[in-house]
Design a protein around this ligand. Structure first.
Ligand SMILES: *Cc1c(COP(=O)(O)O)cnc(C)c1O
Length: 370
């Protein structure tokens, strides 16, 4: 039995007619950049999340970049990020000439640890970027309290968390501004690059819109220097086909996570494998199902031999990346992130995964750990 880490073919088969009709609609219109499809998508996402402004952009990375441009982050500023995330979280800070300040993660959730955040705040701190890693929201109440005390904006990196919630509020409205990604492998994936910025601050939303098209308003009159962060109409049309399915797909991811828990218990592995946690008050959408095992690389090889796809998110924390060496963080400064990087293993969790495939995964884990 083959179990890929992600099977986009299965999802495509279930929506193929609608996707092809949407693509045809855009081709027949010959309007490829922005336009009504993008505007409709923005309205639908704003309504779903309950935010005042939803601005579709070219990728999740560009969402982070343009959100921080709109907050005027630049040289001399410090921006705090967890050291354990996808590269873009910190890369965008450095690209704006600001200094990324790394902090260690909570050992259970692998996300920004509020106590470490508090210790890292300085008078130069200009933003905090909590990452809702793997589909679970970061612990936002204490983070928001620290941010409010210091009057520093929060930029949510919600790239992996569309549909997740914290105390009944959607990821995307838990900070000053939030950034989503529709990279094809994300839980809502385009057929290319795409992203989104959300905010309840209408002035900030306007600024993001302006920066998205070279800061021009009207066209060819540049009020400030922005970029090309626009979304293609084709991507918007495809995302609009998929959006009505998202809550069902997220529910199936959650059901698969529950089934994994039952299986790990049935195979007597709960003391050998650390499963993802879902703290009270938070809704995990399991963008990834990341377990931790001490002998991770051997387990991974065994699963590969059993035709099971896995991946490691992420093998190298920011403070150990070559490109950030000049920031001067000691390699051994963040033990929780290092421990995570050495033990994390992402298992298949996509909505169309079958019970038999999940049993094959857990049985193979049991073999590897025997
Ligand atoms: C995917 C991702 C991004 C970047 O999104 P792209 O659309 O690939 O540019 C940023 N942060 C996190 C946490 C991500 O997972």
């Amino acid at each position: 039995m083959k179990v890929p880490l992600l099977d986009l073919h299965a999802q495509y088969a279930s929506i193929r007619e609608d996707v092809l009709a949407a693509i045809t609609r855009v081709c027949d219109s010959q309007q490829f950049i922005m336009g009504p499809e993008v505007e409709q998508l923005e309205r639908e996402l704003a309504a779903m999340l309950g935010v005042r402004a939803a601005i579709a952009v070219s990728s999740g990375t560009d969402a982070l970049l343009v959100a921080m441009m709109a907050l005027d982050i630049g040289p001399g500023d410090e921006v705090i990020t967890p050291t354990f995330s996808f590269f873009a979280t910190a890369g965008c800070v450095a690209r704006l000439g600001a200094r990324p300040v790394f902090v260690d993660v909570d050992p259970d959730t692998l996300m920004l640890d509020p106590a470490q955040l508090r210790a890292a705040m300085t008078p130069r701190t200009r933003a905090i970027i909590p990452v809702h890693l793997f589909g679970l929201c970061a612990d936002m109440d204490p983070i928001a309290e620290i941010a409010a005390q210091a009057r520093v904006p929060i930029v949510e990196d919600a790239a992996q968390a569309l549909g997740a919630a914290y105390k009944g509020r959607a990821a995307g409205r838990l900070g000053t501004v939030a950034c989503f990604s529709f990279f094809p492998s994300k839980n809502l994936g385009a057929y290319g690059d795409a992203g989104l910025v959300t905010t309840d601050d209408e002035e900030l939303g306007k600024r993001v819109r302006l920066l998205r098209t070279h800061g021009a308003e009207p066209k060819y009159y540049h009020r400030e220097i922005g970029g090309n962060f626009r979304l293609d109409a084709l991507q918007a049309a495809i995302l609009r086909v998929k959006l009505p399915h998202l809550s069902d797909w997220n529910a199936r991811r959650r059901a698969n996570a529950a089934r994994y828990r039952d299986l790990f218990e049935r195979f007597g592995l709960l003391s050998r494998v650390t499963l993802p946690v879902e703290p009270d008050g938070r809704t995990h959408i399991y963008h990834q199902y990341v377990v931790r095992v001490p002998n991770r690389d051997a387990v991974r090889r065994h699963l590969a031999a059993r035709d099971i796809g896995t991946d490691i998110y992420y093998p190298v924390p920011f403070h150990r990346q070559e490109c950030f060496a000049s920031l001067g963080f000691p390699a051994d400064r963040f033990p929780n992130a290092d421990a995570a990087a050495a033990t994390v293993l992402a298992l298949p969790i996509y909505p169309e995964l079958t019970a038999a495939q999940q049993e094959h995964v857990v049985r193979s884990m049991a073999e590897a750990l025997a």
